[in-house]
Design a protein around this ligand. Structure first.
Ligand SMILES: Cc1cc2nc3c(=O)[nH]c(=O)nc-3n(C[C@H](O)[C@H](O)[C@H](O)COP(=O)(O)O)c2cc1C
Length: 329
């Protein structure tokens, strides 16, 4: 077992990465159904939350079947982050996560996300403020450093543990790298080797197959891995990794029937949580992923993204099931 205070996770837990506009409750439902052990909300702007912006408020929605679930916050102001830890705690998650990794300009250039990697004293102060303002465990997600000349994540791990964080996830890239190049997990392994570090360390970046997950587990000694992009339209990645780590065997890929059923569940959850209009619209970004590699995927997707009718989406999904397209890619 891996513990984040009293949250018991299985050995080598698989975490669903927080992903803006992706890891909302409908998406989390399909990931949970496939074995994700710990999930996070999309990041929530502390400025938005404090202003009571509807978009930020809505992201606080967490459901019992999702547990354990963490709410992820980002921001540039220490007091606002502390206040938001308090607001988020009332929403009833199992933990609060702080984002010190977001590289995008609108976040990092406003002093939030990965920008804190350039100001460790402020990062420490902000973390302490969040810890002080919640009774829940606080975790952090960050990157290796700002750029290749400031790879400070080892120091970050120690200092944040000292002010009370209870788990750390590291994405093996710098802010400057954004998503380019390959993730480098060597520094993540060094954090794990540090005898002062007692909290769970989770590795993140480029896990896209069961083989890679096991290889990285063995090579870098992490307590678990966080999976992001590979889960989009392919939540089976969680059960596939679990099965491979436990048995050394690869599961057969999902059948057309399973793909349609999962996509339908995602769609229905989307309608339920977002209402019909947004539910239909926001589901459009997922279809290409669900049917990737299937013969005729492009045509199915085009029809799915063009319709504004629930009944028609359902009918097209039925058609895909009946056509039983073969896997070509
Ligand atoms: C569409 C998208 C949205 C993301 N949003 C967030 C976010 O809200 N919070 C966060 O900490 N990281 C965010 N990330 C980064 C991921 O959590 C993860 O660190 C990154 O994708 C690397 O993992 P992967 O190679 O498994 O995808 C996002 C990534 C993507 C692709």
């Amino acid at each position: 077992m891996v513990y984040i205070r009293d949250i018991a996770l299985p050995d080598f837990p698989l975490l669903l990465a927080p992903m803006e506009d992706v890891s909302d409750p409908p998406f989390r439902a399909v990931c949970k159904a496939n074995g994700a052990d710990l999930m996070y909300t999309e990041f929530i702007s502390s400025e938005g939350l404090i202003r009571d912006a509807a978009k930020s408020r809505k992201k606080l929605d967490v459901f019992d079947y999702e547990r354990p679930i963490g709410i992820q916050l980002f921001g540039s102001d220490v007091d606002t982050m502390g206040e938001c830890a308090r607001i988020s705690t009332v929403a009833g998650p199992d933990l609060i996560d702080i984002n010190y990794g977001c590289p995008v300009k609108q976040v990092a250039c406003r002093g939030a996300g990965a920008a804190l990697l350039r100001d460790i004293p402020k990062m420490v102060e902000m973390t302490a403020a969040v810890v002080r303002n919640t009774h829940l465990p606080v975790t952090v997600k960050t990157r290796l450093g700002w750029d290749e000349n400031t790879l400070n994540v080892e120091e970050v791990a120690e200092r944040l543990q000292d002010v009370g964080i209870e788990a750390l996830t590291v994405h093996g890239r710098t802010r400057v790298q954004m998503y380019k190049g390959d993730a480098d997990w060597r520094l993540i392994a060094k954090i794990k080797e540090n005898p002062r570090i007692k909290i769970p360390i989770f590795g993140n970046g480029d896990i896209d197959s069961p083989q890679k997950a096991l290889e990285y587990k063995n090579r870098y000694g992490v307590d678990g891995v966080m999976i992001g992009r590979a889960s989009i339209g392919y939540p089976w990645i969680f059960r596939e990794v679990k099965h491979f780590v436990a048995t050394g065997e690869l599961l057969a890929p999902p059948t057309v029937e399973e793909r349609v059923a999962m996509c339908r569940m995602h769609f229905e959850k989307s309608l339920e949580w977002k209402g019909e209009r947004a539910g239909i619209f926001e589901m459009r970004r997922h279809y290409a992923h669900y049917f990737r590699g299937l013969e005729g995927a492009k045509q199915w997707r085009m029809r799915l993204v063009e319709t504004g009718s629930v009944a028609e989406v359902q009918a097209i999904l039925e058609e895909i099931m009946a056509a039983e397209p073969v896997l070509v890619g």
